[in-house]
Design a protein around this ligand. Structure first.
Ligand SMILES: Nc1ncnc2c1ncn2[C@@H]1O[C@H](COP(=O)(O)OP(=O)(O)OP(=O)(O)O)[C@@H](O)[C@H]1O
Ligand SMILES: [Mg+2]
Length: 360
């Protein structure tokens, strides 16, 4: 898949590094994953997470870069990475992903032609963006299918600065969608005839990517997430953001989720499901690709009790939480099963990012 930045020469990587690192800077927390090469596959070496205070990232733009880079520093001081080259990602309205079908007249000018055609779709001024593309297929009649990704340069640079101010080097900037696709392809058997919908429900966003035949055939970034539930809890129970988060995740003193909160979870889950349904209906009405045959959920909010079952019942599609550890091994004496299932949904994006470095 195209990456927005691949700015460090591969000369630095003699035959591919044995360790790869992915960092996901989310609205509620920063997650970091280090994988080590184990034969032809990968093994989990480190996972780390640090929570971010409210309003440090708003609409997926970094409002307080000092807090973000200090948080990354805190994380890397704790886990002592074996490499400082990393892949990170951006998402939200500062990026645009578009599939285009073009008649390429002169193979040498393919990039110019793609970027020139892309300008008409860009929601931003062309001088403010960074673009990359990948050719998906070339038909005999000259039609070339490409996938284009464009991002606002200023947003991209703010993510790079935060990571580099913490002492790391950004090798690749990817999008959360491609990280999810990477993770899926590494862990699930390939299928040409099926499409899968991967849904990442975070704190401020829900990202949906439909993958079919190795191509992200549909992407959608919706501005709803776990924060909507937290603010409902705050409003209904008169709590601070931090107390509402704690009650939502850990329950009351007895460890149980109070019934008012379960009710609010039910309402918010319905909102998530109706957005997923709308997106998948749109996909099936407009796409020529295979119909979606199952759904994989990830992101912290996919842990809302009963959500996976409700998605399955409402969409009438088999639905599961994604398992990043189908193909990625781990040492059970370092990471126990309970810890792994707890981190699996939030480790999906950073593992997908780390795998991206490994694929370079
Ligand atoms: N056990 C749980 N039950 C319900 N919600 C949970 C649970 N654990 C975490 N969450 C919610 O998951 C969200 C964090 O998920 P995640 O780390 O995937 O988001 P993010 O990457 O920070 O956000 P985004 O991708 O939207 O920028 C928070 O809203 C948090 O309250
Ligand atoms: Mg996220």
């Amino acid at each position: 898949m195209p990456s927005l930045v691949s700015k460090i020469s591969n000369l630095f990587f003699s035959g591919g590094s044995s360790f790869v690192v992915g960092i996901s800077i989310g609205t509620s927390s920063i997650k970091i994953v280090e994988l080590g090469r184990k034969g032809k596959s990968w093994k989990l070496v480190h996972f780390g997470i640090v929570q971010l205070p409210e309003d440090v990232i708003v609409n997926r733009e970094i409002i307080n870069p000092v807090v973000v880079s200090n948080s990354i520093k805190t994380l890397i001081n704790q886990i002592k990475l074996k490499t400082k080259f990393v892949c990170t990602s951006i998402s939200g309205t500062s990026i645009m992903i578009k599939r285009m079908s073009l008649e390429i007249k002169n193979a040498k000018e393919i990039q110019d032609q793609i970027f020139w055609e892309a300008e008409q779709y860009l929601p931003f001024d062309v001088s403010e963006v960074v673009m990359d593309y990948q050719v998906l297929s070339r038909a005999k009649d000259g039609k070339t299918e490409v996938i284009l990704v464009a991002a606002k340069r200023a947003v991209l640079e703010s993510y790079i600065s935060c990571v580099e101010d913490a002492g790391l080097k950004v090798k690749i900037i990817d999008t959360d969608f491609f990280a999810l696709q990477n993770l899926y392809e590494a862990n699930y058997p390939p299928s040409q005839s099926e499409a899968v919908a991967i849904v990442d429900i975070g704190s401020s966003s829900m990202k949906i990517v439909v993958v079919s035949g190795g191509v992200p055939v549909f992407t959608k970034d919706c501005s709803i997430g776990g924060n909507n539930l937290t603010s409902e809890i705050q409003k209904n129970l008169g709590l601070s953001y931090v107390d509402a988060e704690t009650l939502k995740i850990s329950g009351g003193p007895d460890g149980k989720i109070p019934s008012e909160i379960s009710d609010l979870m039910g309402i918010i889950s319905e909102n998530f499901i109706s957005e997923i349904k709308k997106s998948l209906d749109f996909y099936s009405a407009s796409a020529s690709s295979a119909p979606v045959s199952y759904v994989l959920l990830c992101g912290g909010s996919s842990k809302i009790p009963g959500l996976s079952k409700s998605v399955e019942d409402s969409l009438n599609l088999p639905t599961q939480l994604i398992n990043p550890f189908n193909a990625i091994s781990y040492d059970p004496s370092v990471f126990n099963q309970e810890y792994l299932s707890n981190i699996a949904p939030i480790a999906a994006v950073p593992i997908g990012l780390a795998l991206r470095v490994g694929a370079e």
